[in-house]
Design a protein around this ligand. Structure first.
Ligand SMILES: Nc1ncnc2c1ncn2[C@@H]1O[C@H](COP(=O)(O)OP(=O)(O)O)[C@@H](O)[C@H]1O
Ligand SMILES: O=C(CO)[C@H](O)[C@H](O)COP(=O)(O)O
Length: 559
């Protein structure tokens, strides 16, 4: 007989969490009483990431990254019913659905939520589509936003470590205005995909406090002022009033009830609780039980987000932002990140993985990642003679410059693919150490590092992170941390728990100290990290502007 914990929900109630990642959506059916994940189903976006051309063949310039909003609806129609069927749970046992999304992934929509790219005649207009979080073609607008904010000493700038990213809402909207004013004019709302999917589920458009704060620069009850926007571009003056402003709700709040249309898509009962949206990184903190100050969660996937709550409000140079209640109610939520991590490893598989390696991996029943990892694991630290900069997708923290690019130094004629692969793994660890040290030196202590996301599957990578950061690494128990976090917020929205902390204690779990730093390897990495920081400052802080010059040369050549 199971003894029901007195204040725990009954064991026959379930929630669904849906994690909209960069390349796919994952739906998980979760038991409310203890967070047990009964089933998961994944749906890969048919159009993946549009970074070369639109579906109709319209070419895209460099640094563009778009998506097709219909792909997201596919997750609701395919992954949710599949997970429900696999779970054996009856639909009437499901009391709520919660979602999380990559961010800042934004799209222009009409007043009823229709994406502009779905309107007649606009399928060939790049600015009518979703701008994915890693759309980096608005760096020019971001540079102007930062320069003007610094010149006017705008108070909100320091909440973002002194620099606004080209990945965020204002830079992307300004690019839209300046490059396709007709699409801008036809945009009724500029919506985070995190909120658009909730809008599709319950018929209500409400902005979540997380993306509004970190990506929409909502601080102390307001957005950047109209006269600041007018100084950027007079046509941008009313952007907040006309296209952005919308009621904001706290994380875990009820956004509305599942509509009949969404019930038909998902196979879930009409009228169940639909939770306010959330971000794939921040939603994972409670899933990893990181609900106390100083426990940093690094969600490692295509990119890495470092999220941490603190009782201190500080300014960490190059952080993505600090938002009151941005992760957990009542605490300052900090975000930092690396815009390319798994993406960099994927790039190397596309471009540096020889056919004979692929054939050997297949014969051994290994994926390319597994095969290269096995080959690289046997090396001693420094044996490959390489050092890399993990900037193939720009630098999000601490330099906030997406016009920077990747570097591999030390190549010789005897360098092997596994050498470069390991150097890339290590470079991302050096990037994380740079971020952790920025927090520590700014008076915001990082007590513990907990890893979540798809990259937890790579044990060598985890050990390298422990050795490089000289910190024990905890690992979230769930293989679907973001989806579990979304499910937990749905349980709160459905009233099963009073708040997300209570849900975290009942439903979240992580294993502390899974990877411990080895003193000898850590000492060897200190030498390589010192070289990384020299390169970091040389190429990233103006000593040698070659990376920006190369971009200008490329732009002229491709023009
Ligand atoms: N064993 C592995 N080692 C290193 N990287 C991996 C491995 N498996 C997948 N990846 C990378 O992980 C990324 C996908 O991360 P994941 O968390 O699954 O998805 P998402 O980023 O969409 O949430 C891809 O960029 C892929 O190259
Ligand atoms: O910046 C983000 C969160 O603030 C993005 O959501 C994240 O970088 C992309 O997610 P993933 O790497 O899992 O695809």
């Amino acid at each position: 007989m199971t003894v029901e914990h007195k204040d725990r929900p009954p064991a026959d109630q379930f929630v669904v969490g849906v994690d909209f990642g960069t390349l796919s959506g994952r739906a998980v059916v979760v038991r409310v009483s203890d967070g047990a994940e009964l089933a998961v189903a994944e749906y890969a976006y048919p159009h993946a990431v549009l970074d070369r051309e639109l579906p109709d063949g319209t070419p895209l310039p460099p640094d563009w990254a778009l998506q097709v909003p219909g792909d997201y609806i596919g997750v609701l129609r395919k992954a949710v019913p599949e997970a429900l069927a696999r779970s054996g749970v009856r639909p009437e046992q499901v009391i709520g659905i919660g979602t999380d999304f990559t961010a800042c992934t934004v799209l222009p929509v009409r007043a009823d939520g229709t994406p502009l790219c779905e309107l007649p005649g606009l399928a060939g207009r790049p600015h009518a589509y979703v701008k994915l979080w890693r759309h980096h073609a608005a760096q020019g607008q971001a540079d102007r936003i930062n320069a003007l904010a610094a010149e006017r000493a705008e108070p909100w700038l320091e909440r973002y470590g002194g620099r606004i990213s080209s990945e965020w809402e204002f830079a992307k909207a300004l690019q839209l205005l300046e490059e396709d004013p007709e699409i801008y004019d036809r945009t009724d709302r500029w919506v985070e995909a995190a909120d658009w999917i909730v809008w599709r589920l319950c018929g209500t458009y409400v902005r979540n406090a997380c993306t509004a704060g970190y990506k929409g620069q909502f601080q102390d009850g307001g957005y950047p002022s109209d006269d600041y926007l007018a100084a950027l571009n007079p046509a941008f003056t009313d952007f907040v009033t006309d296209k952005l402003d919308q009621p904001i709700a706290q994380l875990g709040a009820l956004a509305g009830r599942l509509t009949a249309e969404a019930a038909a898509w998902t196979g879930l009962p009409e009228g169940i609780a639909v939770c306010v949206g959330n971000v794939d990184a921040h939603v994972t903190a409670p899933a990893a039980t990181a609900v106390e100050p100083g426990r940093m969660v690094a969600i490692m996937g295509t990119s890495t987000c470092h999220v941490m709550s603190s009782d201190r409000q500080g300014t960490v140079p190059g952080m993505c932002g600090v938002v009151d209640g941005g992760i957990l109610p009542g605490l300052w939520g900090y975000e930092a990140g690396q815009s390319g991590v798994g993406d960099i490893f994927a790039w190397f598989l596309r471009t540096g993985f020889p056919v004979e390696y692929a054939e050997r991996a297949e014969r051994m029943g290994r994926t390319p990642h597994e095969y290269l990892t096995e080959l690289a694991a046997g090396q001693k630290v420094g044996e490959h003679g390489l050092i890399a900069l993990d900037w193939h997708s720009g630098n999000r923290s601490v330099l906030v410059d997406h016009d920077l690019s990747g570097v591999v130094l030390g190549l010789t004629l005897s360098t092997r693919p596994e050498d470069v692969y390991r150097a890339l793994l290590e470079a991302t660890a050096f990037g994380t150490r740079t971020i952790v040290e920025a927090f520590e030196s700014s008076g915001v202590p990082v007590q513990e590092l907990i890893i979540a996301g798809g990259l937890t599957r790579n044990a060598l990578l985890m050990q390298i992170y422990a050795d490089v950061t000289r910190r024990p690494l905890g690992v979230i128990d769930s293989a679907q941390g973001p989806a579990l976090g979304a499910a937990m917020h749905a349980a709160v929205a459905a009233g099963a728990y009073p708040d997300i902390r209570a849900a975290a204690h009942a439903m979240g779990s992580a294993r502390p100290g899974m990877y411990l730093p080895d003193p000898d390897r850590a000492a060897a990495y200190d030498r390589l990290y010192a070289e990384y920081r020299l390169l970091h400052d040389h190429f990233g802080r103006g000593a040698n502007d070659v990376m920006h010059r190369l971009r200008r040369i490329r732009a002229e050549a491709s023009a």
